[in-house]
Design a binder for this molecule. Sequence first.
Ligand SMILES: [Zn+2]
Ligand SMILES: [Zn+2]
Length: 265
Amino acid sequence: MLTISYQQKYLMDLAKEAKDVLHQFLDLIYPPRCIICQEFLEKKARIPDNGPVPLCPSCLGGFQETPPSHCSVCSRPFESTLEDVHTCGACLMKPPRFKRIAVPYLYEGTLMDAIHQFKYGGKSHMAGTLARLLMPCAAQLAREIGNVLVMPVPLHPKRLRERGFNQSLLLARSVAKELTLQLDYLSLRRIKYTAPQTSLKKDERRKNVRKAFELTRKNVVKGEKVVLVDDVATTGNTLNECAGVLLRAGCKEVYALVLARTAGY
Ligand SMILES: [Zn+2]
Ligand SMILES: [Zn+2]
């Protein structure tokens, strides 16, 4: 049995006390603000354990969770307010190459604002908090499918230079670290410089990402289960295209883990 001596307990208490004092001191010089709306956070309003950077209750309250009634494959919400999970017509007609998209939120409200700031406002420090929001969904997926290889949806090198970081890699890295899963962000590459899917009409999206990806090291995914990580899914065309490349290289199954998806197709 593990026993903690009196001295060890004393030292642990002392360290905790010192940490609390340090946090109080830091709060005094840099009062914590909500990462989305920049409101100062009152001590009592601070939500514990929601990541390294806090969110105010109002912004967190503006997040729309994936409703209980949604497609079991693409997670698109249905009209019904009752819990109803089945495969939607579009996924039945043309089954996607990935098994399913695990996604905790809709791309709406304050989360849409947060993702915009994260991606286009160069606020890479938001990654930790956003990844934390993804964690329950990620843990559930990992429990379901066992050992997986985590791969972020890659950015084209030109886009990477413009943005400075790949938001999907930052999310994927946090998830892989937290769940001690293997991360591979080099094998899958984007070889076509494409317009953002959210800026296009439905029929343009498939064409936009066709042949946009390639796998540089084909044998790394052979017989593996892969979880693709992305920040936003619209039609699922990007994930589908990536899944196709992975499956052709002998990957066993492909799943997707996404922070937010649009409510429509
Ligand atoms: Zn806020
Ligand atoms: Zn569907």
